[in-house]
Design a protein around this ligand. Structure first.
Ligand code: 4FL
Length: 238
């Protein structure tokens, strides 16, 4: 699965520039039985299988002798991933992403060898790998020198707790829909304020949860208050 990262896109570019190195460790290589089994039935019954502890423990113990950094287990029970967590991860030289298959991992492996459990959202996947890949891609684009433009990573939606504003390129009219005239005005201060107002109205209508006790700047708070008191502000749609 991880070839999707090493062989394509910005993660491929990061690998070529030696700014990203992905090593895959297969728990099956740490089994001792002739069937190389990594799963077993759950105590107490119930459907499905679990990752049995011994191969994972042996795998993680050898891995910890070869690498540094936290062991992060991907699971729906984990702490929700967000951009600030991604920023924290991007400061680490190395990290281990533990991916479970089947119904999950024996809890004693988590207790003894996992530093942090992380969820990428409230849904169930077939395994932790796609979650690990989400973390790797989100972290990679923050590594200095990976994105073409170092500014675009920090200017992103979410880096400032607000959703991004809408964007337009040529043509000026598409299927009778014009580009908002302010964007053609050449007045950079008006454009900046229009984009900020749009970010705030969009966040309020689509993701009001992001605005509760969020750390907005004074300008952002004032603009939000103006919008709430029904004042005329450019770009007040949603
Ligand atoms: C991991 C779901 C992280 C959401 C099945 C196994 C999962 C997941 N975030 N589902 N792991």
């Amino acid at each position: 699965m991880f070839l999707a990262l090493t062989d394509f896109g910005i993660t491929n570019q990061a690998v070529l520039k030696k700014k990203l190195d992905i090593q895959c460790w297969n728990p099956r290589d740490f089994t001792l039985d002739k069937h190389r089994s990594v799963d077993d039935r759950p105590y107490g019954g119930g459907p499905g299988m679990l990752m049995k502890p011994e191969p994972l423990a042996r795998c993680l113990d050898e891995l910890k002798r070869a690498t540094t950094g936290p062991v992060i287990y991907l699971s729906p029970q984990g702490e929700p991933l967000d951009q600030s967590m991604v920023r924290d991860f991007s400061k680490l030289p190395e990290m281990t992403l533990l991916c479970g298959r089947y119904e999950g991992v024996d809890e004693r492996v988590i207790q003894t060898r996992v530093d942090l459990e992380v969820s990428i959202g409230d849904y169930v996947l077939a395994g932790g790998e796609l979650g690990a890949m989400v973390i790797i891609e989100a972290v990679t684009r923050l590594i200095p020198g990976v994105l073409g433009n170092d500014l675009s990573a920090q200017q992103d939606s979410f880096s400032g707790q607000l959703l991004d504003c809408s964007h337009y390129t040529m043509p000026e009219v598409f299927e009778s829909l014009p580009v908002p005239p302010v964007l053609l005005s050449g007045d950079h201060e008006r454009i900046r304020r229009w984009r900020l107002a749009e970010s705030i109205t969009r966040t309020r209508s689509r993701r009001p949860d992001l605005l509760v006790d969020s750390k907005l700047s004074n300008e952002q708070i004032n603009l939000l208050k103006s919008l709430e008191s029904g004042m005329n502000v450019e770009s007040k749609d949603e």
